[in-house]
Design a protein. Structure first.
Length: 371
């Protein structure tokens, strides 16, 4: 018997910039021409049917006008499109149009677009560069930054995917002006989450400036975007691959993702996360990780924004409890929850080695039944 050792130690720099501003298409093109394109001339602009006319098409046309071979690839809008079959359709469409390894993907849209297009980029030709051009508050706070890409399956959400960092992210707050108020409200849930787990100043800012944000005030929107990016950066920098600390970004998502699925996506992602934040706050108060007053403060902020804080009557509670077991934090068949510590911090367990704690099914069922 012989053994041949393959040594592949590498130092990889996956750093990238997040540009926050208004009317950023000229900035995107300027950055590409300054070298962000890496010499690539063929660009696959991936967007959804809602964003196609507003931003996807115009951005593609602007790229063509700048001398690039750009082509638009559109899929039906909505969480139900974030599945393997749509990813396959996008890949086959790109291959059919002559796209190979010498291309770049530009994701134009919200969280579903960035999750799906990023996953396509990470596997197409064994990995091609991509850019996120975020057009929603929710994506700017969550999916566009951090490199997580994934699709959903009938059994669970976001368990098929990879971590693949973009070359750059653009947060164009002007695009938020075309969002329905409902979607601005929905988008604020992840921002509240960031305040709860790591940024008391952001939480307090939201308490005082909700209406300014919902009206797309540039100063207020820039403020929350910068704070959202900083919270994610501080976590992802220390734990890019979600081996420990990055679990804290799942605050509220154990119940949130489950209820989103059980609702058959009648609930938007932010709405589901809001309910999940309430569940963890109530359970956290029970364990004295936060006071009852702090728990109510979290609930009051979510309610003030216009986010749901109770479970809709049409949700089957027992089905919801069963769905919790599809959460990616489950270990050895045990439910595990991330908990905030008061407001602006997060609990750690096992001497700082873990950021999620096992919770019995009966305990979380009791919380769910009261919501």
């Amino acid at each position: 018997m012989s053994v041949f050792h393959v040594e592949l130690k590498k130092t990889i720099d996956d750093s990238y910039d997040v540009t926050i501003g208004q009317e950023l298409v000229p900035t995107l093109i300027r950055d590409l021409k300054k070298g962000l394109d890496g010499g690539v001339k063929k660009l696959a602009v991936i967007t959804d049917s809602n964003v196609e006319e507003l931003y996807g098409g115009p951005i593609c046309q602007a790229l063509v006008g700048a001398g690039y071979q750009a082509e638009l690839f559109v899929f039906p809008a909505g969480e139900k499109s974030k599945v393997r079959s749509v990813k396959e359709l996008l890949e086959d469409s790109m291959l059919g149009s002559g796209f190979r390894r010498d291309c770049m993907v530009i994701a134009v849209g919200g969280g579903v677009v960035s999750d799906l297009a990023g996953f396509v980029a990470g596997t197409f030709g064994r990995g091609v560069p991509y850019i996120n051009y975020s057009t929603t508050l929710l994506a700017a706070a969550d999916a566009a930054v951090g490199g997580k890409t994934a699709v959903d399956t009938p059994l669970a959400t976001n368990l098929i995917g990879l971590i693949y960092q973009p070359k750059k992210v653009y947060v164009d707050i002007d695009t938020w002006k075309t969002l329905p108020r409902e979607h601005m409200i929905n988008g604020l849930a992840e921002t509240v989450k960031h305040g709860c787990l790591a940024d008391l100043k952001l939480f307090e800012y939201l308490e005082k400036n909700t209406e300014k944000i919902l009206e797309c005030d540039p100063e207020a929107c820039t403020y929350i975007s910068e704070h959202n990016c900083n919270v994610k950066y501080q976590v992802v920098m220390k734990d890019e691959r979600e081996s420990g600390l990055r679990e804290i970004l799942n605050l509220g998502h154990t119940v949130g993702r489950a209820i989103e699925t059980v609702s058959d996506y009648q609930l938007l992602h932010g709405e589901a996360v809001s309910i999940g934040l309430v569940a963890q706050a109530r359970l956290g108060a029970k364990h004295r990780y936060m006071t009852l007053d702090e728990c109510e403060r979290v609930i009051n902020l979510l309610s003030h924004i216009g986010l749901p804080v109770t479970i809709p009557d049409y949700i089957d509670r027992e089905e919801l409890v069963k769905k919790l077991y599809t959460d990616k934090k489950v270990r050895d068949g045990k439910l595990r929850f991330v908990f905030q510590k008061r407001i602006g911090n997060v609990m750690s367990f096992d001497g700082g080695e873990s950021y999620a704690k096992p919770v019995s099914e009966d305990e979380i069922r009791g919380i769910i039944m009261k919501m």
